[in-house]
Write a protein that binds this ligand. Structure first.
Ligand SMILES: [Zn+2]
Length: 189
């Protein structure tokens, strides 16, 4: 069976991201490989935005709220990366917070994410370990959270952090609130 036939069968002949049935074709999930496990069937709208040839239509990607639960790793990876690209949208960040990927799938997904930040100094924790988006950390000293009116206690775990434009800061959810934390007061778990 060809890759296209395999994907057509797997997807029920619809876009694996947005369920459209129009203009379907193979999208090779970078780093591209000619194997059905590394490809998804996607419509022209999705493909154009994924490869950067079309402008991003933020609302189109609300479809990921459903497709990120796909059992196909290549779909999970694409959803994860695209949600990270949109993580300035609160709904996208909420979906990232819910999305759970197996370790090997997550490692694959993150290959595509760090490239934009290549020029930036790495974000380091208290031990000098490089922190990346999606890492879990613990807080190593009580931190007064400005504006939020609570103290983030030493030992609190912060899961699935995001990096910020400032290499000394990360963002994470503590007490149900998304806050900025100083990376030198954190330790990677
Ligand atoms: Zn689509």
């Amino acid at each position: 069976m060809s890759i296209l036939e395999t994907l057509t069968q797997r997807s029920g002949n619809q876009c694996e991201l947005c369920q459209s049935t129009e203009n379907l074709a193979i999208y090779e999930v970078p780093p591209s490989e000619q194997h059905a496990d590394k490809c998804i069937l996607a419509c022209q709208t999705c493909r154009g935005q994924l490869d950067g040839s079309a402008d991003t239509d933020v609302n189109h990607w609300r479809c990921l709220g459903e497709s990120m639960w796909s059992t196909v790793p290549a779909v999970q990876v694409t959803a994860y990366r695209q949600l990270h690209a949109l993580s300035h949208e609160s709904w996208a960040q909420d979906l990232i917070d819910m999305l759970y990927l197996e370790d090997d799938i997550k490692a694959w997904a993150e290959q595509g994410i760090t490239t934009e930040d290549d020029n930036q100094a790495p974000t380091l924790d208290s031990n000098g370990t490089v922190l990346q988006a999606g890492d879990n950390v613990t807080i190593i000293k009580d931190l007064q959270v400005k504006g939020a009116g609570f103290t983030a206690k030493r030992g609190t775990a912060v899961r699935n952090i995001s990096l910020t434009d400032n290499p000394e800061h990360i963002e994470g959810r503590v007490n149900g609130q998304r806050i900025v934390l100083v990376s030198k007061f954190l330790k990677k778990m």
